[in-house]
Design a protein around this ligand. Sequence first.
Ligand SMILES: [Zn+2]
Length: 270
Amino acid sequence: METSLLIIFVLAVLVLLLNLLLRTKKKEPLPLPPFPGSWREILATQSEFYAQLDEPSKSAFEKRIQQFLSQVRITGVKTTVEDLDKVLVAASAVIPIFAFPEWEYINLREVLLYPDSFNHDFEQQGSDRSILGMVGDGALNGAMVLSQHELRQAFLNKTGKANTAIHEFVHLVDKTDGAVDGIPEILLQRQYVLPWLQAMQKEIRKIRENRSDINPYGASNEAEFFAVAAEYFFERPDLLERKNPELYQLLVLIFRPSPAGPAQAGFTEG
Ligand SMILES: [Zn+2]
C-alpha cells in the first residue's frame, strides 16, 4: 500500500513539473521546411526580381514565400491550383514589400484563382468579363481574386510593364493605412508624401494628354496610378528609370529596393 502511494506521489510531482516546464517554454514558430528545389527553379526562371538577388537575399525571399503561404490560402475556383500558381502568387506578394522584413499582409486570408477573367459578379462567361484581379471588399474583405491565366502570363512576359498580381498586392499595401488613395503612408516617409502626390498628379495629367508611357488605366485615380506605376517599377525598372527618372526615384523611396537587388541602378540616398 505504501509503495503505491509513493508511486502516485512521485507521478503527481512529475506531472506538476512537466506542466510548469511546458507553461514556461516560449511559444516559437515552427521551423520552416527546406525550400523545395522545384519552387526554386520556378523562381529562377520566372521571376526577374528573384533572379537578380544575391544568394543571401534569395534565401530571405524564399523564407518570405513560405511564410506567406503558411498564412494565406490559395484556392482554385473551377481550376486546379498548381505549385507554379502558389509560388507566383506568393512572389507577387513578397516583391513589393521585400525591403520590409517585418511586413505581414494582415488584411488578407485567401487568394481565389479563377481560370481567366471575370466580371464584377465573379461570372466567368459573358461579355463583361474584363477583370483580371481584384481586392475583396465588404463580404469579400480579406480575399483577393486573380485570373490564373493572367498570373502566369505576366511572369512569362519578360519585356512587359504589367503584372496584375503585383498590382493587387500594391492595392493591399496601400489599403493598410486605412485608405486606398495611392499614398502608402506606412512605407513612405512623411516628407516625401507631398512630392509623391504632386508627381502622381503631374503624371496623370500627362497620361490624359497622351504624353506618358504609363498604362492609361493609371489615370483613373491616384490609387490606380500607384498600382500601375508599381507594376512598371518592378517589371521594367531599367526602362522606367530611363523614361521617367523623377518618378523612378520616388518609387525607390517608397519600395526601397535593396542594393543587392534589381531596380537599384542610379539609386542615391539623400
Ligand atoms: Zn487596380
